[in-house]
Design a protein around this ligand. Structure first.
Ligand code: HEM
Ligand SMILES: CC(C)=CCC/C(C)=C/CC/C(C)=C/COP(=O)(O)OP(=O)(O)O
Length: 301
């Protein structure tokens, strides 16, 4: 009897380089970039469209590698991140840096020669924003790191859109705004249940510096603003009814899940369930909202 061949796992080094790109987080980053590209008016040759998305993925992955190169010591102090390739000692720091620089530079270069100069400029800006402005400058200094730094993760739909149209209009700016406003409740929901991790690593995240009560109130406030901002593409008639109704339902649920987070008083015996639920929903929410945007565009055209 012949043995059925089983899939050989990637060699450890390859898996570690892949892990440096934060693949699970970046899947949503790339998805929102794809949604921006598909929702934009006009069309792009599928090969060029694929190239543009590949550039966003490489740029985001390269920036994530640079983020871990810079933070290897801090990552080693937190339970959530201690098993990453650098703090776990499975990779040399210089290799991670070189990998990050190579991916980032290649992504911008290919975007420039194959797609559009403006898409390349905005991609370069977002890599710089995440790797330098957020990681090196803001994150260790201020509890507003997420609010200002959130801009980095909001660029991909804008880049996807520019790849098709070559310019920036109100609609892609609104897509940027949705992710920008979504980021604080997404992250602070998580930070509320890994607060001690950040405190141990000396990172001034909002729950550590301002306390839980203030963070909870801010999560709720941002969620309410997100509700309004997510409806704007529909209100300005940049998207139709499929998007509008989806945004109403999805953002309504976002606010509904933020209420128990926002109004909860802090008691040591409390389980952290509401913030875990909100964090999980934040990820599903963005996938679903951008899917609705694309579905809407497909039906309209
Ligand atoms: C400054 C902005 C952001 C911060 C600080 C942040 C932080 C985090 C952290 C710490 C996690 C936990 C998972 C892990 O350890 O890797 C996480 C998960 C996640 N984030 Fe964010 N995030 C931000 C923005 C974004 C953006 C813009 C996106 C996509 C558009 C995103 C997508 C995700 C996804 C999909 C997960 C779940 C990953 C999983 O299933 O493990 N995040 N985020
Ligand atoms: C195209 C392009 C460059 C996109 C960038 C996308 C981007 C900025 C995503 C931010 C998401 C992210 C992994 C934040 C983690 O914060 P952290 O690094 O503080 O989390 P950690 O504590 O897990 O290291």
């Amino acid at each position: 009897m012949t043995a059925v061949p089983t899939a050989t796992p990637l060699p450890t080094e390859w898996r570690d380089f892949f892990a440096l790109t934060k693949p699970r987080v970046m899947s949503l980053v790339v998805f929102t970039g794809l949604a921006g590209l598909l929702a934009a008016p006009g069309s792009i040759h599928p090969v060029l469209g694929f190239t543009a998305i590949l550039c966003i993925a490489m740029g985001a992955g390269g920036a994530a590698a640079l983020n871990q190169w810079w933070e290897s010591e801090i990552d080693g102090k937190m339970k959530r991140t201690a098993k990453r390739p650098l703090p776990a000692g499975r990779m040399r720091r210089d290799d991670a840096r070189d990998f990050g620089v190579l991916l980032s530079a290649t992504s911008v270069f290919v975007m420039l020669v194959a797609i559009h100069w403006l898409a390349a400029v905005v991609l370069a800006l977002s890599i710089f924003y995440y790797a330098v402005i957020y990681t090196i400058w803001l994150k260790p200094r201020t509890p507003q790191n997420i609010v200002i730094g959130g801009g980095a993760g909001a660029f991909p739909p804008l880049i996807g859109w520019i790849a098709v149209t070559g310019d920036i209009t109100l609609m892609p700016v609104l897509l940027f705004a949705i992710i920008f406003i979504w980021t604080p409740p997404h992250f602070w929901a998580l930070a509320l249940f890994v607060k001690t991790d950040y405190a141990d690593a000396g990172i001034p995240m909002m729950p550590v510096v301002r306390g839980e009560k203030s963070t909870r109130r801010q999560v709720l406030a941002y969620s309410v603003v997100l509700f309004g901002v997510s409806l704007l593409p529909w209100l300005i008639e940049g998207a139709g009814l499929i998007y509008g109704i989806s945004a109403l339902v999805l953002s309504g649920l976002f606010v509904a899940l933020s209420v128990p987070v926002g109004l909860r008083t802090t008691r040591p015996e409390d389980s952290m369930k509401p913030e875990k639920r909100l964090f999980a929903w934040s990820v599903i929410y963005l996938f679903a909202l951008f899917t609705a945007l694309v579905a809407d565009r497909m039906v309209l055209s």
